[in-house]
Design a protein around this ligand. Sequence first.
Ligand code: FES
Length: 476
Amino acid sequence: MATRIRRDYSLTGVITERAVALDDDRIEERVEATWWHPKISRQDLKALMQRTDRYALWDFGLWIVLLVITGTLAALSWGTWWSIPAFLLYGTIYSSSDARWHECGHGTPFKTRWLNELFYQISSFMTLREAVLWRWSHARHHTHTYVVGLDPEIQVMRPADLVKIALDFFDLRSGPPEVWRIIRHAFGQPNADVRSFVPESELNKMYWSSRVYVGIFVAFGIVSVAVGSFLPMMFIGLPRFYGGWLHQLLGLTQHAGLKENVFDHRQNTRTVYINRVFRYLYLNMNYHIEHHSTPMVPYHALPRLHEAIKDQTPTPYPNLWAVYKEMLPALYKQATQDPDYHIVRELPDDPFAPPIEAQQPITLSTNGHAESLQWVDACDVSDLEENDVIGVNHNGKPYAIYRLAGDQFYASDGLCTHGKTELAGGLVINGCIECPKHNGRFDVQTGKALTHPVKVNLKMYPVEQRRNRLFVYIPD
Ligand code: FES
């Protein structure tokens, strides 16, 4: 029997120290460039990334209606045996708040930003993920998916803890520590791991958010005591436990049993076909390879993205049974014999497809002056549509050139100041460039960092239109 070596999954452990020791100011840029990206035309990708309120208003509206109906049934049946199925139904729908938390955290379901934020705050509370902490945690998860010592959201660590996996069908192993973490944060006590990914400037916000959560729990606890029944707690807080089974059933399929430390979402992430009801509750997160490879695509467009790139990804699992039939023996083997064991997904013929076109640099020609800044012929005006961005490369450095409505042109550094992702793969919305990785936004005209998680402004460069060509004034 192989020796069982417990890996250090902490974010401040030996593995992380080693990664940090190797760090330099371009490491994030290289890590980002290393990840596999699907090959899809820029136009198709742009169409898939478009925001609309249409689908989310319907889906989120229906979700509220379902909560009200099942909650009413549960309340009316309290004290009878009927309350068991009624609360199970209510708790299952309540726990699908996790999928809403996730989508709204990416800022993609609604076009209207305040609606994203409103549902993000509500669903974060419902799913017991404190809003500030988990926004930063999830950004890190997307940057370093399943990289040991860097990803704070590795759900099944090795050797796999089968008891924990089973108990988490009712959130019994992950839920209590999460509640405890919220309480600790309400008292301003984050641990070193949390400090490693939540910026200092956000800590206070996180403490206050945690205090609000604790305040609501306490209020419901007091009401429960006052009325001499724990019925109020059955509607807020507890549903995430007794109704958590579907969340765990679907969530495990995302990454469990797959390869760690690989820069290819096709090998550490799954796509599985599931029925329409589950897809609705899960907001299409079963298309998880698609989601990780292009997180800016809203949930409602993931099936279309899947169709567009499925010849580049491993064959999707036909159903949940197919996943579990392969995953459970793999987890058992990890738990009992070989912690290094993992499932290997067969890749299509071209496993190293080049980056998407939108991120491929266009070669610039220079005017040959030896000044430190110079006007460089960047691209044709017709390369850009209105509200568009393209990437160009000069002397090995990427730049982004933007066109807003009314033929206004702007240029900036090509990499996001947060995680060094190519902004040319992003979306121009309302005068902002939205980063394709974690959806941070910058003002295209000023470079100002506007929304989470970006904090540092973009460096901007002058742009000049000369006939049908655009010139940018950039370092030689
Ligand atoms: S890389 Fe994180 S927002 Fe751009």
